[in-house]
Design a protein around this ligand. Structure first.
Ligand code: HEM
Ligand code: HEM
Length: 192
């Protein structure tokens, strides 16, 4: 039988700060979608207000954590691969991850602008109302609302793709990619 094809593995786990921020932001993003979906399903106006009152500060927190995360990521980098990964895999993952960063930063700004265009101030617990980015403007509010929705569902689709890719790496390609983002470095000895 021919020897198994070598599979490049991550060298150890990613830095702790990167792993912690990845999973904290992932949990917050899932909660953010949960709040938006619950609001869409809710019939009572007061419940819709309450859900939005959680959606807004959580969204801003996601934006702030993403900024911090981009800084930490640029400073610390990810664990290296033992050998170069195929170029197409590298590009696909850079495209999905890069676009996720862009969406995680632009959605909060769009959300804030859309709330202001509706004439609503956004309040942060303990800090009071944030200054408005825009004056109230109903037409602009409609456009921003449309784009906030479109980009949010694009982010959801990317997350689906991302999770499928993580599963493919971990259980089909068996290169320890998820292990490196979880709590330890790849646990298997690479095939060679
Ligand atoms: C739900 C929201 C999620 C978001 C917004 C998200 C976003 C990201 C981003 C932007 C990166 C790139 C890291 C970097 O280069 O700085 C990344 C990496 C990664 N994510 Fe997620 N992620 C999410 C959920 C998940 C889930 C549920 C899994 C596992 C099933 C997962 C597994 C991974 C893995 C394994 C990596 C490392 C990829 C590599 O080694 O190149 N992510 N994620
Ligand atoms: C990563 C951050 C965010 C995500 C993933 C997100 C996601 C969503 C989603 C999925 C919806 C429902 C869209 C639809 O109706 O189809 C929504 C609605 C909304 N979001 Fe966000 N959001 C984020 C941040 C924010 C922020 C920071 C604010 C305000 C400060 C905000 C304000 C709103 C408002 C006002 C609506 C309701 C629009 C309407 O009346 O239909 N969002 N968001």
């Amino acid at each position: 039988m021919p020897p198994p094809t070598p599979v490049p593995m991550r060298q150890g786990a990613h830095p702790t700060a990167i792993r912690a921020l990845h999973w904290a932001v992932a949990a917050a993003v899932l909660a953010e979608f949960g709040l938006a979906l619950a609001r869409m399903a809710a019939e009572s106006t007061s419940l819709r207000h309450t859900l939005l009152a959680f959606h807004q500060p959580l969204g801003l927190l996601i934006g702030a954590a993403t900024l911090l995360r981009a800084g930490v990521r640029l400073r610390l980098g990810l664990a290296q691969w033992q050998e170069p990964v195929p170029r197409a895999v590298g590009w696909a993952s850079a495209a999905v991850h890069g676009l996720s960063y862009v969406l995680l930063l632009s959605l909060p700004v769009l959300g804030l602008a859309l709330a202001n265009a509706h004439g609503h101030a956004v309040t942060l617990p303990g800090l009071g109302a944030l200054p408005a980015l825009l004056p109230a403007d109903a037409d602009l509010a409609d456009t921003l609302e449309e784009w906030h929705g479109r980009l949010a569902w694009l982010l959801a689709a990317l997350i689906g793709l991302h999770v499928a890719a993580a599963g493919w790496h971990q259980w089909v390609r068996r290169d320890g990619l998820l292990d490196a983002m979880w709590h330890r470095g790849p646990s298997r000895i690479p095939l060679s």
